[in-house]
Design a protein around this ligand. Structure first.
Ligand code: NAP
Length: 249
């Protein structure tokens, strides 16, 4: 059964990792996918081709989610390209710039807040008028278990991801009466290209500490997004779903 047949979706940061996994699963469920990237043009164009081959409409856009004007321009362009309708927004783009607070520069704090948190404001503002007119929409924000629990060496990242949770709950309260839902996902340890570069012994130690005894995959996160994006979650808003193999339990 296809859960997103004909729905138009915007995903930020889908040129690799979790965002790419979401784009693939959503296209398999019949969604048309507009997605962004920051600099990975070749993988983004390759993904665009792969998604179009599944019989849905897909388009890659180079757009910096941290920039307010660029986000407005992006949404205007997507509306033009996708018949004036947006059903789902997934704020997935994110970065880390880890360091102990003692050594963290102001620039690294600001960059993480701008790309991870201000981007959510930018993109939500940009789609809001369309969703209000439609009187429907689902916004999904990619937070992290680190935003729920905190993590030494990640004050900037944890603050951005916790900020996303406050933003999510507030949007759910503000827009619920217009049938616009907003939820957050808090992934645990998800094995992507990024984690492939880490020392295998360290990674195995992390896996051993997780109740389900494995790292998550982009598809595990995509399946949770599928629930929030589809009508299956029609009565769910303002929630944070930990998708972490039980890590925070
Ligand atoms: P990733 O592999 O590093 O991919 C990040 C994506 O975001 C890329 O497509 C990148 O584009 C894009 N991006 C970066 N800066 C951007 C900007 N300013 N504007 C637009 N796009 C931008 O990361 P990931 O592991 O898939 O993580 C995806 C999300 O899940 C992030 O928000 C992350 O914080 C969150 N998360 C990840 C994990 C994990 O274990 N992996 C755990 C919890 C939460 P380019 O390819 O062009 O650079």
């Amino acid at each position: 059964m296809k859960l997103l047949e004909g729905k138009n979706v915007i995903i930020t940061g889908a040129s690799r990792g979790i965002g790419m996994g979401i784009a693939q699963v959503f296209a398999d469920h019949g969604a048309n996918v507009a997605f962004t990237y920051s600099s990975s043009e070749a993988p983004a164009l390759q993904l665009e081709k792969e998604l179009n081959a599944k019989g849905v409409k897909a388009k890659a856009y180079k757009s910096n989610a941290a920039n307010f004007q660029e986000s407005e321009k992006l949404v205007t362009q997507v509306l033009e390209d996708f018949d004036g309708r947006i059903d789902v927004l997934i704020n997935n783009a994110g970065i880390t710039k880890d360091n102990l607070l003692m050594r963290m520069s102001e620039a690294d704090f600001d960059a993480v807040i701008d790309i991870n948190l201000k981007s959510v404001f930018n993109m939500t503002k940009a789609v809001q008028r369309t969703l209000l007119k439609q009187r429907s929409g689902s916004i999904i924000n990619m937070s992290s278990v680190v935003g729920v629990k905190g993590n030494a060496g990640q004050t900037n990242y944890a603050a951005s991801k916790a900020g996303m949770i406050g933003f999510t709950k507030s949007v759910a309260l503000e827009l619920g009466s217009r049938n616009i839902r907003c939820n957050a996902i808090a992934p645990g340890f998800i094995e992507t290209e990024m984690t492939e570069k880490l020392d295998e012994k360290t990674v195995q130690g992390w896996r051993d500490g997780i109740p389900l005894k494995r790292g998550g995959s982009p598809e595990d996160i995509a399946n949770a997004c599928l629930f929030f994006a589809s009508d299956l979650s029609g009565y769910v808003t303002g929630q944070v779903l930990n998708v972490d193999g039980g890590m925070l339990t």
